[in-house]
Every structure is written in C-alpha cells, then in structure tokens.
Design a protein around this ligand. Structure first.
Ligand code: GLU
Length: 488
C-alpha cells in the first residue's frame, strides 16, 4: 500500500480528478454509494474535481428510471458531480475514433474470425483444458487476406511478452503476465465500441487522474492499461477498493441490506449524514473515530487508509449512527421529515395545519428514544390521533376499574391548571400521587395508556403538555366513557 498516494506519479502536478461511473441498470446500491463517496472525498481532500459518468452503453439493460434513481440517491447524499454528468453512449463516435486511430498506428487490427470459428476455438480449448482466449489468428495476417465485404471486429494488438504491473493504491503491487491477456475487441462488427474501450477513452478525455472503484474491476484495469499504453496516454492511479460483504461474511445480498439508498431513506428512515458516516467507516478508518462529520472526512480521507479485506455490512451500526445523528439534528427539520410518515401511519393525506410546530416542540422528547425516523413517527403518532384512541393490548390491560377512578381524579386535578406548563402539570400529577398514596409511576402508567393508547411514550408530563389541556382532558374523559376504560 502506498502511503503517499497523493504525491504519486500523477497526483501532485495535476489537479486531482475522480469520477463515479455507475451503470444505470438498477438503483444506486450501498456499494456504489460508498464508491461515489470515496471518490467525492478524495477529490475534495485534494481540492480536485469529482465527475459523474453514466455508463449506459448496455442499451438493453440501461433505463431512464435507473439513471433518475442514481442521481436522486447521489443528491440525497450530497454527492453530486462538479460538472454535468457525461453519458457514455453519446460518445460512441469518439470511442470508435480511438479504435480507428489504434488501427491506423498498427496497435490494433481487423479480425474476420466468424462466430462459428470462435465457438470451435473455444471448444478445442475447453477439451484441451486450456484457458479460453482468442488466439490472435488475424493478428499478423496480411490485410490482403481479408475476405471482401465480410464483417470484422477491431482488436487491440496486446503485448505478448513481459508483464503488466499496477501499483494499486489499495491492493499494492499487482502483476499479470501479458501472455494471459488476449487481444480484446475494441469495436464490434456493428461498429459499436466495447465497454472496455469506452471506459478508457472517457477517463482520458475527462482528465481522470485517480480511478477509485470496486476491486471487481481490478482485472479490467490490466486490459484497460493496454489501450492507455498504446495511445500513449497518462496512466491514472488505480485504487481498487474491496467489496462489501454481509455481516456473515458472504457476498452482500438483499438479505444483508444490499438495497438501493432510497430504501435507507424511505423505508428505513435514515438520515443522509448517518448513511454517509456509516459508508465512510465501511472499509476506511481513522483511529477509533466513529462519528466523523463530512467536513472532518474531507480533512482526513485518503485511500491509503482503505483496508484490503472486504468490509462487513452491519445494519446495527448504521442504526446506532442514525440514532446519534437524529439526536444532533435540528428539530424543525426532523418534524418536516417525520410528518409525512405519521400521516401515512394514521391513514391521513397530511397532518393538520400547525402539526409541524407541535412535532418540533415534541422532538426533544421523541428523538432520544428513536433510531430511525420511523421510530420517531411511531412515538409521535399519539399526538395526532382522534378519540377514541386505538389502544394496544398492554395499554388496555392497564385501564381497569381502579385505574379509571384514578384517571378521574387526575382529570379533576388538571382541570383547574391555568398555566399549562410542564412544571404546573408535574405539580398537579404529583399531588394526585401523594393523595392516593401511590408512587408517581403508578399514576403515570394508566395516564400514559389513556392519553396515548400505548405503554411507551415520551415522559408523561411532556405528553400532557404537548397534547394541550383541552385534548388531554378530552382523552381522559373519553376513557371514562368508552369500553377502553372497562377491564376486559
Ligand atoms: N460502470 C461500472 C460499474 O458500474 C464501473 C466502471 C468503472 O468504475 O470503471 O460497475
């Protein structure tokens, strides 16, 4: 691993340019988001540029919906590109131009092998237990041998002797014997460029200095270097980061949380800063620091801190970070994020006017007990329910005859409270407990059940305060009158 990555060959003299190059065949998954983050941070750390390239050359599998989902996920995470995104397919003519240039300068050749011939070659190699590779049958043939008007592909004339070395900033020195790399296709017989060619041409034209991507692309790098060398272009610094595995060490799958980032936002109720912090720590570390803000990450990040072994995805850690960031987050912002979730829970199109203010006021007592926005929504929904409440079983069990009596006394004690403050409410409730010779908890329990329909809620004085006097008394009276109050 090179510790001085930033000052290596291409790093210092030129402005650092990184890129994230997703293939739009699905959502922005968590591994892709981490790759984007590392590229973004690396560029920021070095005062460079972070670019986006949509690798949409696979026309059958690329969709507009996927492009939108990827941009949406990047925007949510604050990882937008510094320039408008490049769409690879639009650059096909330029890719073909480079293939033709390689042809003209003798670093590529036309290959007329038919699909049948190649299938036969593969069959022979399989039978002989040899690695399956193109054998270079058109590499040195006289062009005058070419059949007239027959389709051909353009192949790179790759070196056959020697070795190709990559000093990878994460993987270290990786060497491949050139004999193992066959003459790959650059341009197909229909004139379309291959993915391998497109990546190299685009990286060059975009001025990419550092290629930071998943280590599933390490093998590609050796082939891509062949084109770079033949064109005499400057080699980028490569940093192939280990993939993310599930908590059990197996390849990450949906079961482990290999979902689109939108699932973390929408279904799980995570904050972007928590997801970013989590992704940052997934494979990269700085001492024991767990909580690392975006600013601090820009200051500290370097690929030299990325480990070589696969990192394990741990949803519990992500939840704990999310809990931390929820506690730090602005209450009005959290109110805005949770209001639609509460409305959905209660089957309403939206919460009534003024709900945002109530929610923001409630946030200090809601957020310390929540790990996700969903849990805040769950804890907050009692505020917007209408009577009769839907009591859960445990709450119902608490509302027996003697509890109802106690609730009657509580209502009587609260009724005269003029100044509806947490302090005044607390004083009234304490008096009820004293007079009944009960501990405060014994009074609070049925009270909570009657006011929220649940046995878990923010502190009972806060509940009363947040509901307001009118609504609190209404709910207490309601319990007295409805079946909820009868023991069952
Ligand atoms: N489009 C490739 C992918 O989505 C990335 C290629 C690259 O980073 O060079 O995996």
């Amino acid at each position: 691993m090179s510790g001085n990555f930033a000052v290596s060959a291409t790093g210092l003299n030129k402005q650092v340019v990184t890129r994230f190059a997703p293939s739009p065949t699905g959502f922005l998954h968590i591994g892709g988001a981490r790759t984007a983050l590392f590229n973004w941070l690396f560029a920021r750390h070095h005062g460079g540029k972070f670019l986006l390239r949509v690798e949409d050359t696979d026309r059958a599998r690329s969709t507009e919906g996927a492009v939108a989902a990827i941009f949406d996920g990047l925007e949510w995470l604050g990882l937008g590109g510094d320039e408008p995104a490049i769409f690879q397919f639009e650059r096909s003519a330029r890719h073909a131009e480079v293939a033709n240039q390689l042809l003209a300068q003798g670093d590529a050749y036309r290959c007329y092998a038919t699909p049948e011939e190649l299938a036969e070659l593969r069959e022979q190699q399989r039978a002989a237990k040899q690695p399956m590779r193109y054998d270079g049958r058109w590499r040195d043939r006289d062009p005058s041998d070419a059949p007239t008007n027959a389709p051909y592909v353009i192949r790179l004339k790759a070196p056959r002797e020697g070795e190709t070395v990559i000093e990878d900033a994460v993987q270290g020195r990786v060497v491949v014997q050139n004999a193992e790399l066959d003459d790959m296709i650059l341009l197909r017989s229909d004139g379309t460029p291959t993915y391998m060619l497109a990546v190299v041409v685009d990286d060059n034209d975009m001025g990419v200095t550092h290629v930071i991507r998943g280590d599933d692309h390490l093998n590609n790098a050796f082939r891509q270097l062949g084109i770079i060398k033949a064109m005499g272009w400057e080699e980028p610094v490569y940093a192939h980061i280990p993939l993310i595995h599930g908590s059990d060490g197996a390849k990450l799958s949906k079961r482990h949380g290999a979902l689109g980032v939108d699932a973390y936002r929408d279904e799980m109720g995570m904050l972007p800063e928590a997801v970013l912090n989590y992704l940052l720590r997934l494979g990269w570390g700085y001492g024991d620091e767990e909580i690392i803000s975006r600013e601090r990450a820009i200051e500290l990040f370097d690929v030299s801190g990325v480990g070589r072994s696969p990192s394990r995805f741990d949803i519990k850690k992500l939840e704990n970070l999310n809990a931390h960031y929820l506690r730090e987050a602005d209450d009005a912002r959290l109110a805005g994020l949770t209001a639609p979730r509460i409305a959905v829970r209660l089957g309403m199109a939206q919460l009534p006017p003024g709900a945002g203010d109530v929610l923001a006021l409630a946030m200090p007592s809601l957020k310390p007990r929540a790990k996700t926005l969903n849990e805040i929504a769950e804890g907050a929904e009692f505020l917007f329910k209408s009577c009769p409440l839907d009591f859960d079983e445990k709450a119902l069990a608490l509302l027996d005859e003697s509890a109802r009596e106690l609730l009657g006394k509580t209502a009587d004690a609260l009724d005269p409270v003029q100044d509806w403050t947490v302090e005044a409410i607390e004083e009234a409730i304490r008096r009820v407990a004293e007079e009944a010779e009960l501990g405060l908890g014994k009074v609070a329990q049925p009270l909570r059940a009657a006011l929220t329909g649940r046995t878990v809620s923010p502190g009972i004085f806060d509940v009363l305060f947040l509901l307001g006097k009118v609504e609190s008394l209404k709910r207490l009276n309601d319990v007295g009158q409805t079946s909820a109050g009868r023991s069952n």
